[in-house]
Design a protein around this ligand. Structure first.
Ligand code: NAP
Length: 285
């Protein structure tokens, strides 16, 4: 029997975050439960959900159905942007725990900043949710640099550190400035849409690099993410073969020239997730 592989752990102020997780947006019901439990059974130790995904019941059931103790799995959920005012944020976190049937999550994120709610209030509420034991750690998502700087400062004023900023990142979207800011703050950058919502798996450059390494383009992209210092990725898949393949990226390394060729795919207009309420993004290539 071969030993099971696990994703390396990234460090954010002493918090250990598995570099590869399973995204669960648009996964629901039996398919979601099966994806989560089979991913954990094959070695995933990081699962990403959100109140907005309306799948926390299934994600929690999947975590419990896996043959691994709950404490072994790093579970992230998020508070939707409309619910980040004082009091409302804590209620949202409580409802998430109720749906997940978990006593705590490992990481609670503000899903998106909200221009109509003072950040000071949201960060204080996030810190309060942590103090009350609803979550082990706290972080943000979709925070550009200026907002991230402010959030870090506000959390520090409550004696807390932010551990992650979860943002869109894939070879077509340059995030070098935001990534540098995360590193400056000792924060892990969690890449969402790491496969460009699946659109990148037929890119000829990536397919060419994949052939050289006897891997798939999806594996090359995920390897590119986790080979960057302080970067984790949370690809979503409902397909068992993809869930397994996406985890089989820790047995090879991309040489610098391949890393650079992949990064050079950055393009203007590469951003896929840009709702009307999005913050002013940092300048990208
Ligand atoms: N914080 C935020 O605002 C935010 C926003 C968006 C997403 N997220 C998180 O990030 C996660 C990932 O993002 P995403 O789901 O939008 O996009 P993604 O992970 O980049 O792409 C998912 C798509 O790629 C396909 N896929 C996965 N593995 C594959 C493989 N090995 N070969 C070929 N195709 C493959 C999937 O199809 P199959 O299911 O058939 O494999 C699915 O269609 C989400 O699920 C969610 O947890 C967070």
């Amino acid at each position: 029997m071969t030993a099971k592989t696990f994703a390396p752990l990234l460090d954010a102020h002493g918090v250990k975050i598995p570099a590869l997780g399973l995204g669960t947006f648009r996964l629901q019901g039996d398919a979601c439960r099966a994806a989560v439990s089979s991913a954990i059974d094959m070695g995933y130790r990081h699962i990403d959900t959100a109140a907005m995904y309306e799948n926390e019941i299934d994600v929690g059931a999947g975590v419990r159905a896996a043959s691994v103790a709950r404490e072994e799995v790093f579970v992230t959920t998020k508070v939707w942007t409309e619910n980040i005012a004082a009091g409302t944020l804590q209620l949202s976190a409580e409802s998430s725990l109720h749906r997940l049937k978990l006593d705590y999550v490992d990481l609670l994120l503000i899903h998106w900043p909200n221009r109509t709610v003072p950040l000071e209030q949201s960060i204080e509420a996030l810190c309060d949710a942590k103090r009350r034991g609803m979550t082990k750690h706290i972080g943000v998502a979709n925070f550009p640099i200026a907002l991230l700087d402010e959030a870090v400062r506000l959390a520090a004023s409550h004696g807390e550190t932010l551990t992650t900023n979860q943002c869109e990142y894939h070879p077509r979207l340059d995030q070098s400035a935001l990534l540098a800011a995360c590193r400056r703050h000792g924060i892990v950058f969690v890449s969402y849409c790491p496969l460009g919502q699946g659109n990148l798996v037929n890119d000829p450059v990536l397919v060419g690099i994949a052939k050289k390494h006897n891997k798939t383009a999806a594996q090359i992209i995920l390897r590119w993410h986790v080979q960057q210092p302080g970067v984790a990725a949370i690809p979503k898949s409902a397909t068992p073969a993809h869930i397994a393949a996406n985890f089989a990226i820790f047995d090879f390394e991309l040489p610098q020239e391949d890393m650079q060729e992949i990064s050079a795919l950055r393009a203007s207009g590469g951003r896929l997730v840009n709702p009307a309420f999005a913050p002013d993004w940092d300048r990208t290539a």
